[in-house]
Design a protein around this ligand. Structure first.
Ligand SMILES: Cc1ncc(COP(=O)(O)O)c(C=O)c1O
Length: 374
């Protein structure tokens, strides 16, 4: 049996009727931009996150970009970001003309910590952008305490972690603003690009984000500042609204599979590889990815072995951001972030999508065992 890394077909089938019905309504009304579905989704997302506001954006990247713009971050400023993350987290910092200042990670979580962030603060630091990688929160209490001590805003990158919890709170309730991505591979995925900027409580930031989303315009054709076209399509909002009521079930499906892998692969855990652990107190890992750390330089060989058996896997991410060609002029060097560089060499994500059957999980687990002759 082959097992893909991700199969969206069953999930799409579960919302097909609602989406097609909604699409017919959209076509009849010819209302495609910032209409009732975007408005409705924004209210539903804010309620889900336990935050005051949410603004539908064209992607997770634009959701982060607009947050930096709303804080007025620009040339000469520094923003602290992890080096082990998807490119967008640092890309948006450069896009506003500021400098991404990279930090290392805690090997137990793949996420950064308050201590690592504090060591990177300079007089030019204007914001901190921790990432909740793979579905588990970064160490938010210490990060927020450091931010408060230095008077800095926090933008959470929850692009992989909508619905993740920790310390009794939701992703979106810690930082001033939070970015969600609805890229199709996320736990809540659109039928194309989509995202949202959650604003925890500031009505001013909310108004600024909304205005920046439409070229800094308010009212129509009066432009107070140069913004962007970051609007979310009505169609994507309608898809997301159809899926949102099912999201908790999908999170739980992923968590069930994670427990299954833990039970099934317990004998090898801590030996040739390390399984991801839920370490956040009062927390919930939502397993956007189930990511192993493969030791002894065997990651690529294990991936090739699984591929030969028809089992999908993926490497998120093989190159740290401080080693990316486009960031070579920032002054960081190879070896500076050893835990991140080690993670980039060791990580392998295996299938964990909610609709997997036990037979599929068994295929993945026995594929891994066969590599180690277990
Ligand atoms: C950690 C992280 N940040 C930012 C993004 C950007 O989101 P999008 O692809 O929706 O622009 C993603 C998604 O791919 C991500 O995983």
């Amino acid at each position: 049996m082959s097992v893909p890394m991700l199969d969206l077909a069953p999930q799409n089938a579960s919302v097909k009727a609602a989406v097609l019905d909604g699409l017919a309504g959209l076509m009849d009304r010819s209302s495609f931009i910032l209409g009732e579905h975007v408005k409705g989704l924004e209210a539903e997302l804010a309620a889900y996150a336990g935050a005051s506001f949410a603004v539908g954006m064209s992607s997770g990247t634009d959701a982060q970009l607009v947050a930096l713009m709303a804080l007025g971050i620009g040339p000469g400023d520094e923003v602290i970001v992890p080096t082990f993350t998807f490119f967008a987290t640092a890309g948006v910092v450069s896009r506003v003309g500021a400098k991404p200042v990279f930090v290392d990670l805690d090997p137990a979580t793949f996420n950064t910590t308050g201590a690592l962030v504090e060591a990177a603060i300079t007089p030019r630091t204007k914001a901190i952008m921790p990432v909740h990688l793979f579905g588990q929160l970064a160490e938010m209490p210490t990060i927020c305490a450091v931010a408060a001590k230095h008077g800095l805003p926090v933008i959470e990158d929850a692009c992989q972690s909508m619905g993740a919890k920790g310390w009794g709170k939701h992703a979106g309730q810690f930082g001033e603003m939070t970015a969600y991505s609805f890229y199709p591979t996320k736990n809540l995925g659109a039928f194309g690009d989509a995202g949202a900027t959650v604003v925890r409580d500031s009505a001013d930031l909310h108004a600024r984000v909304r205005r920046l989303r439409v070229h800094g315009m308010e009212p129509v054709y009066v432009h107070h500042e140069v913004g962007m076209n970051g609007r979310l399509d009505e169609f994507q909002a309608l898809v997301l609204r159809a899926k949102l009521p099912l999201l908790e079930g999908w999170h739980e499906g992923r968590r069930k599979h994670a427990s299954w892998y833990h039970a099934r692969l317990a004998k090898l855990d801590g030996g040739p590889f390390v399984l991801p652990k839920e370490v956040v107190p009062e927390g919930r890992h939502i397993y956007n990815q189930f990511t192993l750390r493969v030791k002894d330089g065997k990651r690529d060989a294990l991936q090739a072995h699984l591929k030969a058996k028809g089992i999908g896997s993926a490497i998120y991410y093989p190159i740290c951001l401080h080693e990316q060609p486009c960031f070579q002029d920032l002054g960081f060097r190879k070896g500076q972030f050893p835990n991140s560089e080690r993670a980039a060499a060791e990580v392998l994500s295996i299938p964990v999508f909610p609709e997997m059957t036990e037979a599929m999980l068994e295929e993945v687990a026995s594929g891994i065992e066969s590599f180690y002759g277990a």
